[in-house]
Write a protein that binds this ligand. Structure first.
Ligand code: URA
Length: 192
C-alpha cells in the first residue's frame, strides 16, 4: 500500500475515534471532538477536554476560551486557527465540565500521541495543567513550568496557562500567556 499523507492518516484516525468506546465518556458525549486545523502545521495546541460548545459543534476551542485563543493567535503570531492544529488531551466532554479522570486520560492518550507523531509540529503549546503534565510526564504545576521551553524529540514544548485561567485571572495571566505565545513564535523561527 502506498504511504498515506499525514492528512489522510489523521482523517483515518479521526474516523476510528468517532466510534470510540474506550472509556465511559462515550456514553454521555454528543460527538467526539478529535481535533481541527492543518495536518502539517508547525504549531500545535493541546487543551484539556471539550466543553459544552465543543461537544455540540464537534470542534475544539469554539467557546469563550477558544475566542481568547483565536485572539492571541491573531495578536501575537498574526495567524488564524486554520494555520495551526488544535486538539485536547481527552476527546469527549466530561459531564458538567468536570476534570477528566486518570482512566479517561489513559484511554484517550494514544490518539494524542498519534496526532503529535503524524503532525510532527516544530512547537507544541500545552494549555493548562492536564496537557502539560501528560506531555511532559511530570507532576509539577503549570505556574512552575511555564516561562521555559522543553525539548520533546524533534518538537519543543511550550507550556502556558489554559485560556480559561486568563478569563478568570485577568491581566497578569494574560500577559504571561502573551509572552509564552511569543516564545513559541521565536522557537518556530529558530527550528531547522
Ligand atoms: N477547553 C479545553 O480545554 N478544550 C476545549 O476544546 C475547549 C475548552
Amino acid at each position: 500500500m502506498p504511504r498515506m499523507a499525514p492528512g489522510s492518516r489523521l482523517a483515518a484516525l479521526a474516523a476510528e475515534a468517532a466510534a470510540c468506546t474506550r472509556c465511559p465518556l462515550a456514553a454521555t458525549r454528543t460527538q467526539v471532538v478529535f481535533g481541527v486545523g492543518d495536518p502539517e502545521a508547525d504549531l500545535m495546541f493541546v487543551g484539556e477536554a471539550p466543553g459544552r460548545d465543543e461537544d455540540l459543534r464537534g470542534e475544539p476551542f469554539v467557546g469563550r476560551s477558544g475566542q481568547l485563543l483565536d485572539r492571541l493567535l491573531a495578536e501575537e503570531l498574526g495567524i488564524g486557527r486554520e494555520r495551526v492544529y488544535i486538539a485536547n488531551v481527552v476527546k469527549c466532554r466530561p459531564p458538567d465540565n468536570r476534570d477528566p479522570r486518570p482512566e479517561e486520560i489513559s484511554a484517550c492518550r494514544p490518539y494524542l500521541t498519534e496526532q503529535v507523531a503524524l503532525i510532527a509540529p516544530r512547537v507544541v503549546v500545552t494549555l493548562g495543567n492536564f496537557a502539560t503534565k501528560l506531555l511532559l510526564g511530570t507532576d509539577q504545576g503549570i505556574t512552575k513550568l511555564r516561562g521555559s521551553s522543553y525539548p520533546m524529540g524533534k518538537t519543543t514544548l511550550v507550556p502556558t496557562f489554559h485560556p480559561a485561567a486568563a478569563l478568570r485571572g485577568g491581566g497578569v495571566v494574560l500577559a504571561q500567556m502573551r509572552a509564552d505565545f511569543v516564545r513559541a513564535k521565536q522557537l518556530m523561527g529558530r527550528a531547522a
